[in-house]
Design a protein around this ligand. Structure first.
Ligand code: CAA
Length: 257
């Protein structure tokens, strides 16, 4: 596959997708979103891959949906366009997905990061949903996922005023998991991804699924889901290996079986 807008690499059980439209600060157009999905299809099928990292450049994770592509669209164009379905598919992926955000994560760029399971960011990161300045609203999950991540007051303020949030506030608000110096962000993110990829893929996928349940169902229903999932993991060889390795005081070697 010849990629035009991304760079795809695989190493030590980790798939790294780097957005590569520097001329547009990685603005998300149909081709970029479609290539991200094709790369994710490949990485999800690959049994050697246990975790996926999505990164941009040092200056921009992504500066939003491509305004120049959207500017002339009318309602039927945008209604029938596959862009939004493709964007939603990123959030429906089953393997763990980490966003490594350096620089701008604005509009669709911030929304893309929010679709990942957690965000690591560099100390120069700037998050924002400035769609209101363009006469529109966030369109790929921003009003929902940002509100779930940081609460109504800050989400409302960011969307209504278009204020950008810097790394430190993003960490304090629960939007990002950790901040690193921009020079080491990718290295640190890949190291965390490798740690995840060493674990049983069945367990990591079940953890992801269970945590995401917390956003969709009542506590009682979520607990029932977690309990049944916990029971079912005792049907895997990885559970035997993980517990046996603890008893034998050695490192577990998971085979995703
Ligand atoms: N779409 C298309 N092109 C973009 C872009 C975007 N979202 N963001 C940046 N670019 C382009 C610029 O037009 C510029 O191209 P040219 O060199 O051809 O003029 C190039 O990227 C570099 O950008 P700047 O010269 O503007 O760089 P800067 O350092 O001065 O500013 C910035 C950086 C503050 C991020 C600024 O580019 C900016 O404000 N970008 C737009 C951010 C935005 O409004 N995002 C929301 C988009 S709408 C959306 O995302 C809707 C949705 O939810 C689905």
């Amino acid at each position: 596959m010849q990629w035009q807008s991304i760079i795809l690499q695989k190493q030590n059980g980790v798939g790294l997708i780097q957005l590569n439209r520097p001329q547009a600060l990685n603005a998300l157009n149909s081709q970029l979103i479609s290539e991200i999905n094709l790369a994710l299809d490949e990485l999800e099928k690959d049994r050697e891959i246990g975790c996926i990292v999505l990164a941009g450049s040092e200056k921009a994770f992504a500066a939003g949906a491509d305004i120049k592509e959207m500017a002339e669209l009318n309602f039927p164009d945008i209604y029938y366009d596959d862009f939004f379905n493709l964007a939603d598919r990123i959030a429906q992926r089953r393997k763990p997905l980490i966003a490594a955000v350096s620089g701008y994560a604005l509009g669709g760029g911030c929304e893309l990061a929010l679709m990942c399971d957690f965000i690591y960011c560099a100390d120069n990161a700037k998050f924002g949903l400035p769609e209101v300045t363009l006469g529109v609203i966030p369109g790929i999950g921003g009003t929902q996922r940002l509100t779930l991540a940081i609460g109504k007051a800050k989400a409302m303020e960011m969307c209504l005023t278009a204020r950008q949030m810097a790394a430190e506030e993003a960490e304090q608000s629960g939007l990002v998991a950790r901040i690193f110096p921009k020079a080491t962000l990718l290295e640190e993110t890949l190291a965390a991804a490798e740690k995840i990829a060493e674990k049983s893929l069945t367990a990591t996928m079940m953890i992801k699924e269970s945590i995401n349940r917390a956003f969709e169902v009542s506590l009682a229903e979520g607990l029932r889901f977690e309990r049944r999932t916990f029971h079912s993991i005792f049907a895997t060889l990885d559970q035997k290996e993980g517990m046996q390795a603890f008893v034998e005081k050695r490192q577990a070697i998971f085979k995703n079986q």
